[in-house]
Design a protein around this ligand. Structure first.
Ligand code: ACO
Length: 432
């Protein structure tokens, strides 16, 4: 049987056979037969805007691989910086490459004093740290004017190193400002997660020593969040980057997408939901209310995964390691019971709703002392590696500017009427 589809334009009777390649069909071929007929696909449910060799995802089987390597093996044996290298350059580094890469990242962690003193400290005292991060990442483009040289491989590499190195510094600075604590400078003698924890929590001690189990758990969470193919924030980045904007502006757009509760804010929603449920014996009633259409089970379901999210399994193990140090998050029992009830309920099984990565990540972050507002910020730090891998891939593919079409459903042509001659309009802006 040929690996192709045949489409027929019933208006003209013309047919065309289009080959199926890598699981897709080319819209270019389609438009040869049907120029001016657009795919109506809100939310891009059936649209692949690019080819990518970075991350493989099989939602039915619950498979996630970075550059071919199963996420389970990377979470078990690798580190975030090694995974960042893998995502960016396609192969795991050899020892010399890894030493050089780690050295580069470590020596770009400082931010310009004006970014902190003038820019970050200019925010209102109760500014949300994610709002600060979105703006600070965009502001970096004004400090590194060479970032516009997007076709120069050396400049590209420099901006990638800067972004991955400075994200933890910006993130911790935003947190320290929001709680009125002094900024902590990066410590180049520390590893990537240890340095971030130092910038977050250091008070008066000469050197902050993170608990190794917590630093490792954070590194594993960073690995799990490093990339997830064409998600909302990566799509935002690719769209802005397709206009050849500098990488800081494109990454700021990605951060802004991640700020949304449907994307980077879901684990915050999980914590609020578990807090609202309040106790173990309220779980059945809560699930019954969800089934009756009152809200959703936060941290359950996924656009792509229609079986258990492989990241959720790994996170559940990491949670045990963190709680062994911090003490159990009191919301854990409610979460476990909720998972047990939902996974034995026909409503969730028939809709293929399983826990996603966010079901447990918030519990871990909360037990480690991170305020809820920092959850999307914690997501943005590792996802920067994935964003930059997609940025390079997009530029190397020399893609066209992202410019979708629309199905126009508005008014037909009509003549302008001067204000004095207009009847009262039924449409008006909402009033308080
Ligand atoms: N709780 C209860 N019912 C649900 C849930 C849920 N969490 N998710 C989906 N459903 C139901 C829907 O009501 C719908 O039921 P119906 O067929 O009877 O109408 C069916 O399952 C399909 O739902 P859709 O909204 O069409 O699924 P979609 O793929 O568009 O949504 C999403 C995916 C947004 C993740 C959804 O499952 C959801 O809202 N989950 C809760 C929020 C969440 O955890 N988001 C994190 C995603 S992971 C990430 O971004 C890192």
């Amino acid at each position: 049987m040929p690996d192709s589809i045949t489409i027929t334009d019933n208006r003209s009777g013309q047919s065309m056979e289009i080959p199926i390649r890598d699981g897709g069909v080319s819209a270019g071929e389609w438009s040869k037969l049907l120029p001016g007929i657009w795919f109506y696909d809100p939310g891009f449910l059936s649209t692949a805007p690019c080819e990518s060799a970075i991350t493989y995802l099989d939602g039915d089987a619950g498979v996630l691989r970075y550059r071919g390597y199963p996420i389970e093996q990377l979470a078990e044996q690798s580190t975030f910086l090694e995974v960042a290298y893998l995502l960016l350059f396609g192969e795991l580094p050899d020892p010399a490459q890894f030493t050089a890469w780690t050295d580069e990242i470590t020596h770009h962690t400082f931010i310009h004093e004006n970014v902190r003193k003038r820019f970050l400290e200019g925010f209102h005292y109760d500014a949300h740290p994610m709002g600060m991060l979105v703006s600070a990442v965009a502001a970096l483009s004004t400090f590194y004017l060479d970032a516009k040289e997007i076709h120069d491989p050396v400049s590209r590499h420099r901006q990638i190193v800067r972004l991955i190195a400075k994200m933890p510094t910006l993130a911790a600075a935003a947190h320290r400002f929001s709680v009125g604590m002094p900024f902590v400078y990066p410590d180049n003698s520390l590893g990537y997660p240890e340095n971030f924890l130092s910038m977050m929590w250091k008070i008066a001690e000469p050197r902050y020593e993170a608990d190794p189990a917590l630093a490792r758990a954070l590194d594993v969470l960073f690995i799990l969040h490093a990339d997830h193919e064409q998600n909302c924030s990566t799509t935002a980045l690719r769209t802005v980057a397709s206009a050849h904007a500098d990488p800081y502006s494109a990454a700021a757009a990605a951060c802004a997408a991640l700020y949304g509760p449907r994307h980077g804010g879901a684990n915050e929603a999980v914590i609020r939901m578990l807090t609202e449920i309040g106790s173990f014996d309220q779980v059945d009633d809560f699930v019954a209310a969800v089934k009756a259409g009152h809200g959703r089970l936060q941290g359950f379901g996924h656009r792509v995964y229609k079986s258990y999210d492989p990241r959720a399994k790994i996170i559940k193990r990491a949670a045990d390691q963190v709680f062994a140090v911090t003490g159990k998050n009191p919301l854990l029992d409610i979460a476990l019971k909720l998972e047990e009830v939902a996974l034995s309920d026909e409503y969730f099984l028939s809709r293929r709703l399983y826990p996603n990565v966010d079901f447990y990540s918030g519990l871990i972050y909360q037990a480690m002392g991170f305020p809820i507002e920092m959850f999307p910020v914690l997501f943005a730090i590792p996802r920067t590696a994935g964003w930059m891998a997609h940025w390079v891939e997009l530029l190397d593919q020399d893609t066209k500017i992202a410019r979708p079409r629309q199905l126009y459903v508005g008014a037909g042509e009509r003549d302008y009427v001067g204000i004095a001659g207009r009847p009262a309009s039924p449409k008006a802006p909402p009033q308080r």
